[in-house]
Write a protein that binds this ligand. Sequence first.
Ligand SMILES: [Zn+2]
Length: 486
Amino acid sequence: MVARKKNKTDDEIIGMKEALELLDVTQPTFYRWIREGKISGNKVGRQWRFKKADIEGFLRGESPAQKLPSNFDGLISQLEKATQKDVAKENEKEDVVDYAVFLLLQLAIEHCASDIHLEPGQPGRIRYRFDGVLHEIVNIEEECSKTLIKKIKTLAQCNVNINDLPQDGRIQCELMKTKLDIRITFLPTIAGEEAILKLFSSTENFMDLEKVIAQKNHLATIKDSLSKSYGLHICCGPTGSGKTTTLYSMLQSLDHSGNKIITIENPVEYRFPSMTQIQVYPAKGLDMAAAFRSALRGAPNVLFIGEIHDAITAELALKAALTGHIVLTQMHTDDMSSALTRLLDFGVSPYLIADSLGVVVSQRLLRKLCPECSKASSLNGDDLKDVKKWAESSGIKFEDLSKEWKSSEGCDACKGTGYKGRISVNEVGTLKPSIIKSMIKEENREALAQKIQNEGIINLLGESLRFVSEGKTSLSEIKRVILSSR
Ligand SMILES: [Zn+2]
């Protein structure tokens, strides 16, 4: 969920191999420099990671800009200290716990983690999510975990005395020049209390639409749709598919002085000073529909509605689009065919959809093969069969694929996972006469999907296959991300 600009050299993180090459020294010498604090680095599991800027700074004779903990042991010993009963003064103990929370967040930022999980147990564990996949970092004693969660509750302005009911909290802070908005959920579990911290970077880190949407033809379709003065534009995908980032990028592309933008969200995930943002409070009667009606009275050009999940919001959004508004929203559906089917299931007229729908962007995030350890490879018989079958079912020609297959084994740079960073894969489509006809004839989703495919709109499987054939990702990512949700 954390959206970041592509690393500049300043922020670039490199592995042991690359660091050794830059410094042109032997590994023992390098280890000695790390021990002596001449070079700072982080260790996750058995993998070392360094800031390229730090290594380059060292070459210029500079000392490390910021002393970073060399691994998680520092964090754990701080925590253990914090939970020991013999810590003399209470205020001293506070300092130690504060530092432990700081370390927890600092390490998350350093490693671009999107969320942190503090899970209870004997022992409990701390897991970080990198590139959409959870990694266990350390085990943690029950007492440490409790102390840490209590501190986080205080920071998140939650009730520290409640640990048998769920609570939600929020921390806004600035760490290592990164403005963070952290959403925290505390869950009572049978093993004890659990905390899940979701890290959101601030709005200035939002990416341009050009960087979010990988393919030029998709970008052109989206921009063309957004350039019209009205239309409902939908982003589809499950949680964690990056659709919020894409939607906000679309919203930002419309954010200029001539446009009045009102957003209706639950919750407001990012703050934009130039937009009017409304947080819904269903408990107080301000639900999506009520907020939407009020927002329309605020004379907006652009409306952003967090999600369409019922007939009322669907109808309101489409009618607002029809009456000269640009409306952006998301739906928890797989793709264009399922989004259209869902709207029809809500009882929305296909004619209303035909008149007001703009572009439908479906999205998933695939992990990219690590550039440092991925190598050209060939497909085995079974994989080749799969690829041919998937290509055919997606309406693309096997002959047209690049066939630059790659595989990776894992290295320091990718923490041994074989992947580094993610790429968004999209199905981008607008309505065509044959699709509208299919909706009016009340054809089922499969028939609708076939019409969409016949119009040359390539589905997520087909687009992913192209990425695999270009050596950008792997077939197992297709299985994990695309096929598992079908
Ligand atoms: Zn690697």
